[in-house]
Design a protein around this ligand. Structure first.
Ligand SMILES: Cc1cc2nc3c(=O)[nH]c(=O)nc-3n(C[C@H](O)[C@H](O)[C@H](O)COP(=O)(O)OP(=O)(O)OC[C@H]3O[C@@H](n4cnc5c(N)ncnc54)[C@H](O)[C@@H]3O)c2cc1C
Length: 434
């Protein structure tokens, strides 16, 4: 994909409403989640006059309610060898870690089959190399974007702990260990006693743990993304609260974004609309295997218990993260598409899991939330251009890892768009791998 012309950095006036969609920005980013805002900010800093379009504003999607775990040292895809054997057991329990709504199953089947294929060991190792290459820059990119002051306010490079309720290792743990060894990722095995020292009040059911010291978290995913948006606006960037309805190639080059109220044009358009990205692309004949893994959280505002760092239960597939306004319990995967209403029972069961881990947890003051993870079958995002569609760029599909992968993806995209050296090999993230 040819690099694009770069416009001056001066603040851009709003494009006119209606009419022919005169060009007033060099790039339009669709979506103000962590991926879109990071991309817009990197583009802006690279000298590209950029606008963001999103009817919900910054952090109104999955970027609002995730667990906030930032994981430069996580290079393990979701689909792993040995996992298929667990799936029937999970599916038998409608409130288990994985649920597929029966009516949606036929639509999800092709994606699920690609997911199974991605879980074969040689592919898993190649995926993990690409995850590592992108994610290892997580903390550096957050710091670069936020600046030192906001970084220290919002980001905690504390480490993360994984815990198990059973003594015996599962086959997928051996693969995870192999991946950590492959990438030289530091980790430390924790006994029951270690866990009780680190997390006073943790139940004896929690038998063993693993500390990954290179990981961390944000105390507020929402405020982290909104802070990036504020920096973007302060530097002259425009965030427009409109919904992109259709992308139309312009005669002579560039793109027109037809929104619910206006036509907006630019030489470059970045689709960073999270789980909704495929809908915008399919009228152009661009097909991507994007499914939504719906996830839930229960936010406890007066929990009475505050772990010193995020804990992920590998037995029950949920996480607990200490946040600035309480403790967030999040997780579960529900395959049910973009339209089915939330099943709040899936959020309530997370509270039960957390109380089993911390029996003293106070759970009265709670908010339940559901969000749409934008997921590819191989756990890697889709980043880069589209062959035969100059000026059209893709930045979505971060699945379980968008808070970690968002800023480094934004940097990669901005470098590709401006023709700068990408820093990492972009090939593993290209749409054409599917
Ligand atoms: C329960 C849960 C826990 C998670 N925990 C973690 C974690 O601990 N660590 C981690 O790294 N990741 C985590 N994730 C994943 C992470 O939240 C996502 O990968 C990430 O937020 C995706 O960001 P995004 O910008 O692609 O999408 P989103 O944040 O969903 O943003 C997409 C935006 O596009 C906008 N949009 C959609 N259609 C249009 C349109 N037509 N026109 C204009 N705008 C449009 C939407 O309004 C939305 O604001 C978790 C996710 C969930 C659900």
């Amino acid at each position: 994909m040819a690099p694009i012309a770069v416009a001056p950095t001066s603040p851009s006036p709003s494009a006119p409403r209606g009419g022919g969609g005169n060009i007033s920005h060099s790039a339009i980013v669709i979506g103000a989640g962590v991926v879109g805002i990071s991309t817009a900010l990197y583009l802006q800093r690279g000298g590209v006059a950029t606008a963001v379009i999103d009817p919900l504003g910054p952090a109104g999607g999955a970027s609002f309610g995730n667990s906030g775990m930032l994981s430069p040292d996580t290079a393990t895809p979701i689909a792993l060898p040995g996992m298929l054997r667990k799936v029937p057991g999970w599916l038998a329990d409608p409130l288990g870690p994985l649920a597929v709504r029966p009516a949606y199953f036929p639509r999800a089947l092709p994606w699920l089959m690609q997911w199974v294929k991605a879980g074969q060991l040689p592919r898993v190792l190649a995926i993990s190399d690409a995850m590592r290459a992108l994610h290892r820059e997580t903390m550096g990119c957050w710091r670069e974007l936020l600046g030192d002051g906001l970084y220290h306010e919002l980001i905690r490079p504390s480490g993360q702990v994984h815990v198990w309720e059973d003594e015996a290792e599962s086959p997928s743990e051996a693969v995870e260990q192999q991946i950590r060894a492959r990438h030289g990722i530091e980790s430390q095995v924790l006994s029951t006693d270690d866990l009780r020292q680190m997390f006073p009040g943790i139940a004896r059911d929690i038998k063993r743990g693993l500390l990954v010291p290179g990981n961390g978290y944000t105390v507020s995913p929402q405020r982290a993304v909104q802070s990036l948006a504020a920096l973007f606006r302060t530097a002259g960037g425009e965030i427009i609260d409109e919904r992109a309805m259709k992308l139309i190639p312009r005669e002579g080059g560039g793109w027109m974004v037809m929104t619910n109220v206006a036509n907006r044009s630019a030489p470059h358009v970045v689709v960073a609309a999270g789980a909704w990205s495929a809908q915008l692309l399919s009228p152009l004949g661009v097909r991507v295997p994007l499914e939504t893994e719906r996830g839930y959280h229960a936010m406890l505002f007066a929990p009475g218990v505050r772990p010193a760092m995020p804990i992920s239960s590998k037995t029950r597939a949920f996480g607990i993260t200490p946040m600035e306004d309480g403790v967030r319990i999040a997780g579960t995967v529900e395959i049910a598409g973009l339209d089915a209403p939330p099943n709040e029972q899936r959020a309530k069961v997370l509270v039960e899991h957390a109380r089993r881990m911390f029996p003293d947890l106070r759970t009265q003051d709670v908010r339940y939330w559901m969000g749409f993870r934008p997921s590819t079958p191989d756990s890697l995002p889709i980043l880069g251009g589209v062959s035969g569609r100059p000026g059209l760029w893709l930045a979505f599909g971060h699945g379980h890892f968008g808070m970690s992968g968002g800023p480094p993806s934004g940097r990669l995209l901005a470098r590709l768009i401006t023709g700068a050296a990408p820093g990492i090999d972009p090939a593993p993230y290209e749409a054409r791998r599917f």
